[in-house]
Design a protein around this ligand. Sequence first.
Ligand code: SF4
Length: 358
Amino acid sequence: METLINEELKIRYESLVGKEHLLPIKVTDFYKTKVNEEIDAIGYGGPLYRSVIPTLEKLDLHTSYEARDYVEEYKHMPIPNVDYIIQKYEDRVIVIITELCFSHCQYCFRTYNLSEFQKDDFKVSLSRKVRVLKEYLRSNSKIHEVILSGGDPLSIGYENMQFILSELNEWDVRIHTRAIVYEPTVFSQEMIRLLSLFNVRLVFHINHPYEICQIVKEKIRSMHMCDIKMYAQFPLLRGINDHSDVLIELLTMMDNLYIRPISIFIPDPITYGADYRVSFSRIISIMDELNWKTPSWINSVRFVMDTTFGKVRRENILKIEGKHITFYRDGHQIEYYDLDDGIDVPGDINKMLWKSQG
Ligand code: SF4
């Protein structure tokens, strides 16, 4: 990693990893090649760089309200002492099937929990997770979908994936993954056949058009040829994709590849997240620009914010008082705090779209 990050910053970051529940720097060779190509073209701090390498601003920039775990997943763990099953909605359940990711995203909203899970004492075997999950599913007839999440579920390998999908054959299975941009080789023909056989829904987490190179496109096309249903959701991130032109390029590529984008997430107000957040007024402007500039197969994607009580949208805003925004959902008021003034410096479009702008 020496070539990607200043040594002093690296030492400082590493000293905070354990203390502050940050994720160690981890980048696959596949993604690192793209980051290096970006550095050669525009220097440090471009969109793919910011995705995986901590910046000085990430460590030093803070805003008035920050939470370790804004969505408070621990409040939705229905089985006592089981922290890998999360249920927020009546008909579906999330399973943290692994705590491992191929690379660590610097903006990850699950940073706090993942860093806990990655400690050895918290690791639970896959077979135990599946056994506990199935017992829970059998006692809850309203649940019809299991969402494999993480960490990255594709990191568990073919045999483990085959085991889980066979065990969960009675339920719909959805997989949330960023493997397609970090380690597309995991989508081997064998893996694609397996996912197709069990009719899995794949939800990709792709943030930027330059994450979709020729290799990634070919994998996605192979999955489409095997009738795998593909979706996408991703966060709106400052300096990575906080401009309607970046979103248009990304969403158009997805459309061409038969990927259905479902949600763009407003980043959670988490600790060490201020450098990635976008001010609320700018989020609204970007939403409007997307709506006004593009046809509906591009702008039908929803901007949402995940909260303790489920996802909320713009139409769920109850009131805005300065930096304090109140949303309403299912009888609950949800409080959100905008960035302090002066923090939100928009990403430079010439950097974010350096290939096309150049
Ligand atoms: S792959 Fe997902 S879980 Fe892993 S660090 Fe990135 S955002 Fe977080």
